[in-house]
Structure formats: structure tokens, C-alpha cells
Write a protein that binds this ligand. Structure first.
Ligand SMILES: [Zn+2]
Length: 332
């Protein structure tokens, strides 16, 4: 049932560093019937197949009917997937340290076989998700640049990459907070935290990698701040980027949306997503607003570290401190 005019499955890969608004954006896009959001597929092997964590629908991975169908369609059942083999392959292909060679024009035969086989696992999942749902575009919010590079070597995939960026100081503030992971069923677990300096290194490396990827794939850059300022316009722009027509009905989910859009109640907004931000377990209308807590709460010293360590790309993206037009509301 995948779209007849496009034999290759089409994926919108959301890239960038975590805590940049990708889960919110994914949920918003998934309100359209022709879009299927599947969460962060990169974590499927360990967290879903391995630990049987909860899907965005609330069920454990093995109890979720959507994922069972996807596994049947893609592999003849998840039991046919050798998880240890996949994890070993992932280690050989999908690591930030492999990006320099994945960015080249050619690969030695053995590495090429590995990366093609790895990309094929994802292609099968995307194709199956489209077949099961009848959607035309699948959204994978895995974010890691190394996976996007691996997918750019796929034989049979229509890859579109959204490079989502957010002010490094906001990202650093978010990664410093303790956040519980609701998808963990047994016991309690928290998302990792990173120091301002670690976040600065990750932020720079991830974002720089997506600039490099533009030589191999279609990449659209979007700032979190522009997304939150205009969620409806952002959805239109991303649907256009993935070759989909405008779908005003998709915006019903937005709290305080257009008056004509509130005539019908919003659909329950849960996606069958693996891994990702805890937001995916909430229900009801979506409020998209820029989270500016970092301006008051990020300690002065941390802010100085991040501001300096991320300066070159911050300038490139227009995160210019008090002089920048984006920062007119800044309190020193
Ligand atoms: Zn589910």
C-alpha cells in the first residue's frame, strides 16, 4: 500500500542534537493521515527489541499491534532479527567517529556492504510502516548524524533530512535537568544528563555533521525558535519539503488553533513511537510555545562556557546574544 508513484519508501529523518523540539514537531506532523511518525528507530534495537520498553501508544513494544505488524511485514517477525548481529553492525557503521569516511564519495567493498545492510534494516522498517498505515511519508526522529550518513548510502530509500537546530544555551540547560523516562516499565530510569561543556561539544559536532551531509542528501535546516514562532507555517514547509500537499486539518491539534479548525475535536494524539522525549506519552491538545527557561535558570558560568564553546555555529544560526534580533527579550 505504499504510494504507487514512489516505489522507494520516503523518510523524513529529523536530525540534530536532542532537546531541540523534535518530539513536538514529530507529533504535530503525525496528525496527518499521510504521515507516520515512528519515533527514534535508532534506539529500537536496544530499548524496544531488547528491553521491551513502552511504545508511544502506551503498550509494551511486543504488545503493540502496530509494531507487531511492522515486524511481520519487514522481517517476517521480530524473532527473525538477530539483535546481537544488528548491534555489532551498528557499532561498525553508525557511530559519530565513522562520519568522516561515510562522508566520502566511495567506500571499500566491505564497508559498503556493511553500511548498505545496516541502511536496509531501516528501509525495511520504513517501508513496512508505510504499508501498515497507508501513509506516504514516515518520520524517523533518530537525530544522530551518523545514522543519517548511513541512510544516505541506502540502495532504495528516498531520504529527506530535516536539520533541527536550537540555541546551544537552551539545549545545555535542558540536558542539565533530570528527566524520568516513562517508557521504562520495570523500575525507574532517567534520561542522561550532560555538563555544559559536553553539550557544547555534542552540539557543535552534530550540527557541523549535518552541514557536511548536505553534499550527500536533501537537507532542510529549521530553527526551533522559528518552528515555535510559527508551528502552522512550519508544518506547511515540511510537508512541502517531503512532497505532500497542504493539510489544514492536521493543525486541529494545536491549542488555540484557527477558529475553523476547532469545529471538530482533535484526534487523540499518540503515535506508535519508539524512544524519544516523555512528551510523547501526554495526550490532548498541543501547545507549541518557545521554552525560554534557560534565560533565567542557566547559571551564569555555564552560560559563559556554552556561549564561547559554540560561538562559530551560534553566529551562523543567528543566536547572537544581546545584539541579535532574536534576543530582544533577553534579560542580562
Ligand atoms: Zn504502539
Amino acid at each position: 500500500m505504499s504510494a504507487p508513484e514512489s516505489p522507494q519508501p520516503r523518510v523524513l529523518f529529523v536530525g540534530g542534537l536532542g532537546r531541540s523540539g523534535s518530539t513536538l514537531l514529530e507529533l504535530l506532523l503525525a496528525q496527518s493521515r499521510d504521515v507516520c511518525a515512528v519515533g527514534e528507530v535508532v534506539h529500537l534495537w536496544e530499548r524496544a527489541l531488547g528491553a521491551d520498553e513502552r511504545c508511544g501508544c502506551g503498550e509494551r513494544f511486543t504488545a503493540c499491534p502496530f509494531w507487531r505488524q511492522v515486524g511481520d511485514e519487514a522481517f517476517g517477525g521480530w524473532s527473525a532479527v538477530d539483535r546481537d548481529d544488528v548491534l555489532a553492525l551498528k557499532d561498525r557503521v553508525d557511530r559519530t567517529r565513522h562520519i568522516p569516511r561515510l562522508a566520502k564519495n566511495t567506500l571499500p567493498a566491505e564497508q559498503l556492504a556493511d553500511v548498505r545492510r545496516y541502511a536496509d534494516l531501516y528501509t525495511r522498517i520504513y517501508r513496512a510502516a508505510l504499508a501498515v498505515t497507508g501513509a506516504r511519508v514516515v518520520v524517523d526522529s533518530s537525530k544522530h548524524a551518523s545514522l543519517a550518513f548511513a541512510l544516505s548510502w541506502a540502495d532504495d530509500l528516498d531520504l529527506r533530512v530535516l536539520h533541527l537546530v536550537r540555541d546551544s544555551r537552551a539545549v545545555a540547560y535542558s540536558w542539565g535537568k533530570q528527566v524520568r523516562r516513562p517508557e521504562v516499565v520495570d523500575g525507574e530510569d532517567f534520561m542522561p544528563t550532560f555538563s555544559p561543556f559536553e553539550v557544547s561539544k555534542l552540539w557543535t559536532a552534530q550540527n557541523a555533521a549535518f552541514h557536511l551531509l548536505a553534499g550527500r542528501a536533501k537537507v532542510l535546516r529549521l530553527r526551533y525558535e522559528d518552528f515555535t514562532a510559527d508551528p502552522a507555517g512550519t508544518v506547511r514547509r515540511l510537508r512541502d519539503f517531503t512532497g505532500l500537499p497542504d493539510d489544514p486539518a492536521a493543525l486541529r491539534i494545536l491549542a488555540g488553533g484557527a477558529p475553523e479548525a476547532s469545529a471538530e475535536p482533535a484526534a487523540p494524539f499518540r503515535a506508535h513511537s519508539v524512544a524519544g522525549n516523555p512528551l510523547r506519552f501526554s495526550g490532548g491538545p498541543l501547545t507549541v510555545r518557545r521554552d525560554e527557561a534557560w534565560r533565567d535558570r542557566l547559571p551564569r558560568r555555564s552560560r559563559a562556557v556554552v556561549s564561547l564553546a559554540t560561538l562559530p555555529l551560534r553566529v551562523r544560526y543567528g543566536y547572537l546574544g544581546q545584539r541579535g534580533s532574536d534576543e530582544s527579550g533577553e534579560r542580562a
